[in-house]
Design a protein around this ligand. Structure first.
Ligand SMILES: Cc1ncc(C[n+]2csc(CCOP(=O)(O)OP(=O)(O)O)c2C)c(N)n1
Ligand code: SF4
Ligand SMILES: [Mg+2]
Length: 287
């Protein structure tokens, strides 16, 4: 087939990007993810959210663990902290407690979050630390060249499970709902505009917001979480979904074969900083 493809010149593309204001948030390092990786949509989504919320890059800290997803801070002009595998939330918690005025965005992959880092999530969630946790869930360990992860499907063949994965996958939405996260949502890298909107909503929430982003690893997963498969199954939560109803959120989260996108649950309750300030006031006898 002789398809004519228009060439893309890097300098022209960079001019276009500079002109649209994105450069105000993006670093000089261009992302190094594989062409087609879902993580590009997420970088665009976070840039869009920061611009829409008019948060200056100097007031933002992006904290990550280790993995392809965790290379995120390199590509932003904001402050950034590329920590250890699975340790994004303890470091992000420290940043937020040290300076509550900062906007803290924690990012990482499914392995970073739910394997080595799994023990930290319930405590950040139940304490309602005012930060946004974006988990880029491709159901695989991308950086280490494609091993099975805690969210891989039963039957998935990888280099670590060549005879098919037999472990039942974790359900991240159900976990975060039961851990007491005050904002829980799900988005898809293939729906870039909706994803940007969901990141904006998550960051607008005062408290611990958790957004699971379904994202294909185009290099190491040719069979499961592909754009083709996800396009067939993802759909929006029903319009009448009640985001204040935890049981309704859990019911929706249990439908794992047809993942619904949108805000599952939202609860406005005091953040850790607000609770600590109230305690300090009581302890000082002034409250
Ligand atoms: C303590 C420690 N154990 C293991 C590793 C090797 N390692 C690096 S990234 C990674 C998993 C990455 O998977 P995920 O978090 O899903 O990120 P992705 O690359 O898919 O974005 C592992 C096991 C490490 N860097 N440090
Ligand atoms: S290995 Fe997979 S997750 Fe990592 S950059 Fe490439 S496509 Fe993305
Ligand atoms: Mg992964």
């Amino acid at each position: 087939m002789n398809e004519h493809v228009e060439p893309v010149y890097l300098e022209e593309k960079l001019e276009e990007i500079r002109a649209d204001g994105h450069q105000g948030y993006r670093s000089k390092s261009l992302p190094t993810w594989c062409p087609g990786c879902g993580y590009y949509s997420m970088a665009e989504g976070l840039t869009f959210a920061l611009r829409r919320l008019e948060i200056a890059y100097k007031d933002v800290v992006v904290v990550s663990g280790i993995g392809c997803a965790s290379r995120f801070p390199f590509f932003f002009k904001t402050y950034g902290f590329h920590t250890l595998h699975g340790r994004v939330l303890p470091v992000a918690t420290g940043v937020k407690i040290a300076n509550d005025a900062l906007t803290v965005v924690a990012v990482g992959g499914d392995g970073d979050a739910f394997a080595i880092g799994g023990g930290h999530i319930p405590h950040a969630a139940r304490r309602n630390i005012d930060m946004t946790y974006l988990v880029f869930d491709n159901g695989i360990y991308g950086l280490t060249k494609g091993q099975t992860s805690p969210t891989s499907a039963v039957g998935f063949k990888t280099s670590s499970t060549p005879y098919e994965n037999s472990d039942v996958p974790l359900n991240p939405l159900m976990m975060l709902l039961s851990y007491g996260a005050s904002w829980v949502g799900q988005a898809y890298a293939g729906h870039q505009h909706d994803l940007a909107d969901m990141i904006t909503q998550a960051m607008s929430h005062k408290g611990f917001s958790f957004l699971r982003i379904l994202s294909p690893c185009v290099t190491f997963d040719k069979t499961d979480n592909t754009y083709a498969n996800l396009n067939l199954h993802v759909h929006d939560l029903p319009q009448d979904h009640d985001t204040s109803n935890l049981m309704a959120a859990m019911q929706a989260a249990s439908q794992t074969d047809k993942p619904a996108l949108g805000v599952y649950f939202k609860d406005d309750r005091p953040t850790l900083a607000q609770a600590m300030n109230a305690t300090a006031t009581r302890a000082s006898g002034t409250g």
